[in-house]
Structure formats: structure tokens, C-alpha cells
Design a protein around this ligand. Sequence first.
Ligand code: HEC
Ligand code: HEC
Ligand code: HEC
Ligand code: HEC
Ligand code: HEC
Length: 364
Amino acid sequence: MRLVLSLFTLLTLQLSATDDITTCKSCHPTIYNEFQTSFHKNSSIKDDKVHAAVWNRHPAKAKGKYKCAKCHTPNNSSHEGITCITCHTITAIENHPKANKNIYESKAKTFYSAEKGMEDKKVIYHEKSSWFGLVKETTGSPYHDIDYTNENFYTGKVCMGCHSHKHNGKGFSVCQTDKAGAESKESNCITCHMPKVKGSATSIRQSKTHAFHGFAGARNQPEMLKKYVEVDFKKELKGFTITVENKAPHNLLTHPLRVVQLKTTLKRAGKTEALKTETFVKVIGTNNKPSMPWLATQVVKDNMIKAKEKRVLSFDKELKSGDEIESILGYYIVNPKAAAKLGLEKEKKLTSFTVLKHSYFKIP
Ligand code: HEC
Ligand code: HEC
Ligand code: HEC
Ligand code: HEC
Ligand code: HEC
């Protein structure tokens, strides 16, 4: 973990060092660029049309008090989303009934992170002059200290200050993510949503891989997660079954605006016939009808595929030799029934079907 920097580079870096996150780009360019595409970076009303559409209809808006900042714009400006500093300064997570709370490090430029083999180390930047002061040998980052001892960064618990749950003013839980996904070191929020991908974590100390900072999810690069969903086919005496297995430790999709569908078609003798479409949702509302989240008092419908569930779906179509079955598992970001109410019906990306997994089966 040693590196050599010329005195010149060090001086220029120190002069430009402000707490602005563009500073991170100079030494973490790959991670910085990935982050631009993520919905953490784009979580503000300025950058996320879905968030803005819901907020614009929220009763608190008229009172001029932006209530979503805690998680969507934690730096207290309603225009900047989550930043590098948000996560890397989380020391602990406090549990509360309405929503959890992140406790942030107050010492400037002390960042928490995780690295195998470093679990009990804190790396304080230091330098040692040689070559008569022309070359400095340094350890760590010339910009910040790194604390590798925070357990929350090894289990995914660091994500749960914002992702655990949120209650509305009526004490009803509008969305939640099971905490089971933030307990093990082997498989957790971080291992699935920030997998190790090619490219160096810093431009100063070369590493083969780094943790993906685009945060694969429903809105960005879902294809990185499709391996956690299995779709299987079985021919039965009458008809057939398709099994959808969700290997995630939370509902297949967690936000109540989403709609998951499995679309199945049969190809026989050159003709294609659409079979039934299965729809999976968790709808919240009141008086047995869907409503905006701040009005919701009940779960109106919930057939969403649950954490680790294997959902078996039966089809009564009898199959013949040579038949081909195609099944497409995917989703809508915004429930088509809610899109017009939110003024989002013209947003193609939000209202069209996103494919998560494509599967083919052929009857021998
Ligand atoms: C002058 C260059 C420089 C700047 C600017 C810089 N870093 Fe770093 N950073 C490094 C180096 C070098 C390492 C690797 C240190 C090591 O491995 O000992 C590192 C490591 C890290 C790590 C821990 C990586 C691990 O091993 O798990 C985090 C987190 C991090 N930086 C975040 C940031 C953030 C956030 C910013 C912007 C606020 C930033 N860095 C700005 C040089 C820099
Ligand atoms: C075994 C892998 C795995 C683990 C562990 C995991 N997830 Fe996921 N996650 C998935 C899959 C698969 C999806 C659905 C595919 C998609 O979003 O396109 C998903 C989707 C999501 C979404 C998008 C939901 C939506 O409705 O838009 C969020 C947010 C999320 N996960 C957060 C978390 C958090 C927080 C944790 C830790 C508590 C976690 N995940 C643990 C695999 C995982
Ligand atoms: C949503 C939370 C979150 C945000 C935002 C975030 N990080 Fe990270 N970052 C993490 C976690 C968690 C890890 C540890 C991943 C692991 O297990 O290696 C990490 C790891 C790192 C590492 C070490 C990577 C490696 O593989 O060794 C660096 C460097 C880093 N982050 C820099 C940044 C920079 C720069 C930004 C902003 C452009 C940023 N992070 C934004 C959560 C975050
Ligand atoms: C400061 C609060 C905060 C923290 C900490 C946080 N998230 Fe998020 N996360 C959010 C918010 C808010 C969104 C939704 C942004 C939007 O779409 O407007 C989100 C969205 C996501 C998504 C969905 C992305 C998509 O493309 O659909 C994933 C996956 C995710 N987070 C994973 C994580 C993981 C993994 C961690 C921990 C390393 C983490 N988050 C930590 C607030 C947070
Ligand atoms: C306790 C943290 C927290 C607070 C407070 C919060 N959110 Fe979120 N929000 C999240 C997380 C985490 C997600 C990621 C999606 C998921 O897990 O289902 C999200 C996602 C969303 C989405 C879906 C965005 C997308 O990508 O499609 C909308 C809309 C939204 N939030 C609206 C709001 C509004 C409006 C407020 C304020 C009235 C608010 N949120 C307050 C944590 C929070």
C-alpha cells in the first residue's frame, strides 16, 4: 500500500482540495463516473422526475417545507442528491419507528470503507521525504484518512439508515426493506448492488477491481441483478408451470409504485400466441382503494414476490412436441394506473416495460 507522488502533484492537489465532491474525481475517476448514472446521485427533485412528481402533489409542499431531504438530499440542499461524503461518513445507524437515522462523522475528511484484510485498521495519511525532499513516499490517501473498522460497511447495515422503512404521518409503513439483507458479510446489499467490477478504485494505487458505484437497481443497470432471479419451466400432465425464484432478501421490487409482470407466449408451428400475463404488486391506499402514500392507511393488495420466495405459476395450456415457450419477467417503474395521476404518462422510460429476464423453453 505504498505509493510515490511527486512533490508537484501533491502541492497542486492540496491547493485544489475543497470538500466539493468533484475533488473525489481527481483520484477516483472510474467510481466518480459510475456514480453519475446512479439514482443516489440522481435522487433530488431536480434530477428524479418520479420523486418530483410525487413531491409536487404532497400537502407539505404548499407549506414550503421539503420533507424528503433526510434520505433524498441529505446535504440539506434540495437540489443535490446523495453524495460520496454522505455514505462514507456514516458512523452508525439509529433505529426509530418512523424511519431510521444516520449518524454522521463530524471530523472532516475521515472516510469509512471496507476492505478484506483491513478490518481492524485506520489508515492515516503520512509521508516520508527522500531524494532530498524531491520525492515523497506516502501511505494512504493524500486527501483523507480511511477508517476500515466500521462493521456497518461489511454487512450492508450502512444502507439501512435510509432503506429500512418509512412511515407516513398516519403511522403506516409506506415502504420497507427486510433487514435480513444487511446482516451477513458474505451476501448483503453491498455484495449484490455494488459488485466488484473491472477498473481501479483509485488512479493513484492501481487495483484490478472496485466496488460498482452505479448502484444496480430497477432504474439503473438492472441486468447486473438478473442472476438473482431464476425462472424455471416444468411440463405437467396437464399444461405446465413456470417458477419465479427471487433470491433477493427483500421483495422482488420494494417501491409501491412498481408493477412486476411475467409475460408468456407460446410459439407453435410458426404462430405466436400470447398466454396469460401474471402481475405482481404491493398497492397501498385507504378505504380499499389505492391512494397517494401520505394518505395510505392499509395494504390494498399484496401479491408481490417476497424475499427468497419461489412462486409457482400454473398454465393450463397443453403442450406438444416442438412447442416453444418464451417468458419475460420485467416491470414498470411507475404503475401505469398511477402515471396519468402523476403527470408522467408521457415519460417513455418510466411508463414502458423494462425487461429483467428473458427465458426460452422448448418441448422436445
Ligand atoms: C489526492 C487523491 C485523492 C482524493 C482527492 C480523494 N481520494 Fe479517496 N483515496 C485515495 C487513495 C490513494 C486511496 C487508497 C488508499 C489506500 O489504499 O491506502 C483512497 C481511498 C479511498 C477510500 C477507501 C478505499 C478502500 O480501500 O476501501 C474511500 C472510501 C475514498 N478514498 C473516498 C474518497 C472520497 C469520498 C473523496 C472525495 C471527497 C476522495 N476519496 C478523494 C486518494 C484520494
Ligand atoms: C442476493 C442479492 C441481493 C441482495 C443481498 C440485496 N438485493 Fe436489492 N435487489 C436485488 C434484486 C435481484 C433486485 C430486483 C432487480 C432490479 O431492481 O432490477 C433488487 C432491487 C433492489 C432495489 C430496487 C427496488 C425498487 O422497487 O426499485 C433496492 C432499492 C434494493 N434492491 C435495495 C437493497 C438493500 C437496501 C439491500 C440490503 C438490505 C438489498 N437490496 C439486498 C438483489 C439483492
Ligand atoms: C450509497 C452509499 C455510497 C455512496 C453514495 C458512495 N459510496 Fe463509495 N462505497 C460505499 C460502500 C458501502 C463501499 C464498500 C464496498 C466494498 O465492500 O468494497 C464503498 C467503497 C468505496 C471505495 C473503495 C472501492 C474498492 O473497491 O476498493 C472508494 C474509493 C469509494 N467508495 C469512493 C467513493 C466515491 C468517490 C464516491 C462518490 C463519487 C462514493 N464512494 C459514493 C458506499 C458508497
Ligand atoms: C442517505 C440515504 C441512503 C443511503 C445511505 C443509501 N441509499 Fe440507496 N437509495 C436512497 C434513495 C433516496 C434512493 C431512491 C433515489 C431515487 O430514485 O430518487 C435509493 C435508491 C437505491 C437503489 C435503487 C437504484 C435503482 O436504479 O433503482 C439501490 C439499489 C440502492 N439505493 C442501494 C443502496 C445500497 C446498497 C446502499 C448501501 C451501500 C444504499 N443504497 C444506501 C437513499 C439511500
Ligand atoms: C427514510 C428515508 C426516506 C425518506 C424520508 C423519503 N424517501 Fe423516498 N425513497 C427512499 C428510498 C430508500 C427509496 C428507494 C426505493 C425503494 O427502496 O423502494 C426511495 C424512493 C422514492 C421514490 C421512487 C423513486 C424512483 O426511483 O422511482 C419516490 C417517488 C419517493 N421516494 C418519494 C419520496 C417523497 C416525496 C419523500 C418526502 C415526502 C420521500 N420519498 C422521503 C427513502 C426515503
